[in-house]
Design a protein around this ligand. Structure first.
Ligand code: TMP
Length: 427
């Protein structure tokens, strides 16, 4: 039996209010209306735009038409990308694909806009069809669901589900004669969905996975790391990247080295303690490796196996650069020390924030009190930088090297684009 699932878009796959609200506000301002309050804005999600401008903002027909035009001026350029894929949706789609489901979209959003949003988030490869109305037209959900189904679908022979967050989705499914799942994380309430007669109600994305693909193995997640000299701006870039990864619906888990779990955080305290001035370089390298061994097994591998994107602030490259280069233990020796700790677990991609050691130290000294490693001399940092350069030379495919001397937003933009591309390629 063929298994088919049709998804609604807004409120089911993506959370689109940010772009809608910003564009409503834009239209109101341009046409000289007061800024709509939060409650008014919320009512704009769902009904046709012209209707909302008339009903909720008291416009006459001519003005409402103008408002829709003005809204589109902004929405079609930036608004449609001010959107987020719900967490877990990528995992749901990957699991369905893995299990051989036919997947399509039936949405009230204009077809062209829907295709652009879906392509922007790299979700197009999951869908056999994307069905929405033509611009300026309203299409009945029943009709859209019918169009989204395989041309030769058969109500008797195929298992078919419609997944949506509003009663219109459930009513559409009933119109076609297929089963429906009402999802509770979107814009409709449980009461609305149950009243409309949904076959099943799922409060969370995970419940949809459990219902449609019981017992399925979660698809593999990904392991990413970020590296750079102290003061290269890792903190800021991690914050910016977190938001982008999240927006695309990848389930992000942040971690750091040394640290990331209780035992490794205790080791971190020992390693970075300024009072441990007598620590031997070999001891230091072994402690980093010990902390890594625990972190790999307790945090990194389980996160990737559960389908999450584990983004780690530093990994084994730091040991090679700092202990191998900076402390002059040698690249080979440090790799040997780390072999049982890493045990084949390496990042799929590593972001390297490229600033030279003079710039990075000047930034650090200006910012905070220095820890034990940062107190090491200038030549230490020069050798660490050289260590990183050697690693990048040896493994240019894995490293995403970005010029980190520019404005943070500019650096963040480049990292986001490159990291998202890699994550999508790995899906
Ligand atoms: P952080 O300040 O980025 O958290 O890193 C702590 C310090 O530890 C930093 O100076 C780099 C250093 N370090 C190593 O020397 N070797 C390693 O393996 C790791 C992970 C960090």
């Amino acid at each position: 039996m063929r298994k088919c699932v049709i998804f609604d878009l807004d409120g089911t796959l993506t959370r689109s209010e940010e772009g809608i609200w910003n564009s409503v506000k834009y239209a109101a301002e341009k046409l000289g209306f007061p800024e709509p309050d939060a409650q008014t804005l919320r009512r704009f999600i769902g009904p046709p735009l012209g209707y909302s401008f008339r009903e909720y903002m008291g416009m006459d027909d001519a003005m409402a038409e103008k408002a829709v035009e003005t809204y589109r001026e902004r929405y079609n350029v930036v608004g449609l990308f001010e959107n987020r894929v719900f967490p877990g949706i990528r995992r749901l789609l990957r699991t369905l694909k893995q299990e051989g489901w036919y997947i399509a979209v039936a949405t009230g959003k204009p077809q062209r806009t829907s295709e652009r949003v879906i392509a922007h988030f790299g979700l197009d490869r999951f869908f056999e069809k994307i069905c929405g109305p033509e611009f300026g037209h309203h299409a009945d959900k029943t009709e859209l669901i019918r169009r989204a189904l395989p041309d030769d679908w058969d109500a008797q022979a195929d298992e078919v589900w419609m997944v949506g967050d509003r009663k219109f989705d459930v009513e559409g499914a009933i119109g076609v004669g297929v089963k429906s799942i009402g999802v509770g994380y979107g814009y409709g309430s449980e009461e609305e969905l149950r009243e409309a007669g949904c076959t099943a109600y799922c409060a969370a994305v995970q419940d949809v996975i459990d219902l449609l693909c019981p017992g399925a193995q979660p698809p593999q997640g990904a392991f990413l790391s970020i590296e750079g000299l102290d003061g290269s701006g890792k903190g800021t870039q991690l914050r910016l990247l977190t938001d982008v990864i999240d927006r695309f619906g990848f389930e992000l888990q942040l971690s750091r080295e040394p640290g990331g779990c209780a035992i490794s955080e205790k080791l971190r305290e020992i390693i970075l303690d300024k009072n441990n001035a007598e620590m031997d370089d070999v001891t230091e390298a072994l402690l980093y490796a010990a902390s890594r061994a625990q972190h790999v097994r307790q945090v990194i591998r389980p996160a990737v196996a559960a389908g999450r994107v584990l983004l780690c602030d530093r990994f084994v490259d730091s040991s090679v650069a700092y202990q191998g280069g900076g402390r002059q233990l040698g690249v080979q020796r440090v790799l040997e020390i780390n072999a049982p700790a890493v045990d084949g677990t390496m990042p799929m991609a590593t972001i390297y924030l490229d600033v030279d050691h003079e710039t990075s130290m000047a930034r650090r000294a200006a910012a905070t009190e220095l820890d034990r490693l940062e107190l090491a001399g200038d030549s230490f940092h020069a050798r660490t930088e050289a260590g990183y350069r050697e690693l990048i030379r040896q493994d240019p495919e894995r490293f995403i090297v970005v010029d980190a001397t520019r404005a943070p937003e500019e650096i963040g933009g480049e990292i986001a684009e490159k990291v998202i591309r890699r994550l999508m390629e790995a899906e």
